[in-house]
Design a protein. Sequence first.
Length: 653
Amino acid sequence: MDRLWYGGDYNPEQWPAEVWDEDVRLMQRAGVTIATVGVFSWATLEPQDGRFEFGWLDDVLDRLHAGGIRVDLATATASPPPWLVHEHPDVLPVTEDGVVLSVGSRQHYSPSSATYRRYADRLVRAVAERYRSHPALEAWHVNNELGCHVHRDYSDESAAAFRRWLEHRYGDVATLNEAWGTAFWSQAYSSFDEIRPPRTAPTFRNPTQLLDFDRFSSDAWLEVYRAETAILREVSPGVPITTNLMGFFKPLDYWRHAALLDFVSDDHYVDPADPAAPVIAAMTRDLMRSLGGGKPWILMEQSTSAVNWRRRNAPKPPGMYRALSLQAVARGADGVMQFQWRQSRAGAEKFHSAMLPHGGEDTRIFRETVALGQELAGLSDLVGTRLTAPVAIVLDWDSWWALEQAATPAELSYQRLLLRWYRELWRRGVLVDFVRPDGDVEGYRVVIAAGTQVLPQAAQDRLAGYVRGGGTLVVGYQTAILDEHLHVLLGGYLGALRDVLGIRIEEFAPPAEPSVTGGPVPALELAGLAAGSAQEWGEVVRVAGAEVLSTFAGGMLDGLPAITRNGSGAGAAWYVATAPDDLGAVVDRVLAEAGVEPGVPETPDGVEAVRRGDRLFLLNHTDHEVEAAGTRLEPHGSAVLPTGATADDGRAD
Ligand code: GLA
């Protein structure tokens, strides 16, 4: 499309046909350019086994087309109808405790179910054959939020699929035993037949088995996507295909998933009550752009105001819906879509906001919806433009899964680790890409790897080579501790990074709360760079050539290195062994040394500035009026200003 996508999930099957004309009229008023249709319409499209009813959908698509509205057409496979479950209860997923999940909500199927696959394939083929030539068809929308509710399925059918997956990965059971470290706790297997998914067990389960089940489960959802796209490509070649991702979604390795999408799309629901909402949203937008290798992406779902699935659901104050929408566009989105077009009258999402609320046209939300549609129409020239980031943060699902397992030195949140670094860059107006640990990092002035606990040899070598070639690598604690089988990198951890960092780690020493009497986790103290308190993590670092920029002060770590820097080849490698409260001081030094300039004017706290193409986006995320870049912004107000020039990308030559 030569316009930005603007619209939302459209579920006309929830409404009588009389409403449909009003829908199209109001969509036009709101500047809607495209609607996602049919996501949950399986039971309406196939009310009985093999009996398809397409008349109503023909009618809906024709009306949309007549109204100039394009269609992102769903394959409708996300919620199998009750008749299917009644005939084939084997499709139902099973939890790790052995509970069979029932029909009556949605996503009640195992990704490994052959029966589900057969029925879903038949539906996808029927929908594709029916609508492949429909003039409103813009894109195919496969299923919906794969893995959203059922992250992993522990049924017998999945167990069999897991065994096949393991055989393919390891070839023979001896290799598996070695990888899983089954000499520990008498876990050795004598054949693949003995292996089960890591169901609920008396205590800590085998870490590598858990990791492999995470990998397998992510791949199982990938197979659901693959199976549907194979049919779509055969029946409807040339039409772009996507499925909606869910931001920093732990259960699915989105590097692997995104590689299969024609374009990346994302569903993102910030909590309006969370002060960190804007930075979390920004980080997620940057992830989506990165997953697509820098290509424009689509914000496929967000709410215009409140959701209905938190314990208490705050509305978005006036201006926030616009600011977060413009933020997505500024950070590379070619579209802003909502869940959903018309707020439901019945069902589990009737209290979830929509573009057209229960109150109808004469409402704040609809007015904001119309105004945003007009504004986005004026930004069409940005379609297809790309951004370039000078800094990259490493993101790795294996590390996420491993770091957050049980039986570790401390409970850590991978996302929080990344957010800490991201936030400092965001505050400084520095654009960030995310990269895989073995991804292409040449060209970034700075690469940050924090909590990348699992670092296989190839990735270690790649990052070490990046430093020697002139890059600035910043390594945060719990990086390069384990290999891809979760075996420890012996001799001081860090593997090939040990040399470029000029340090080794001798012992982990996270501060801990008293487990019996309770109380807060004590802070650590730092002297030197980022002096003051530090949180969450400490460790015994021994230098082997690195310069010590900061030390721990007090306690058993007193005087030991907390932040180090080591020149190596043409570059430099920093190590940060804790979470300093003043992480900004570290970031300032690193950016200055690496010659990174933000490329946007400095703004007050809580005001985001981003350049895309020849526009400067100013977003006031605070609830007070501010002045930024010579522009007055209301509370939650935004401005999109022409810059007269495209942004200097600030990347190394
Ligand atoms: C997800 C789903 C939608 C809807 C929204 C509600 O994103 O894809 O169908 O349930 O959540 O926030």
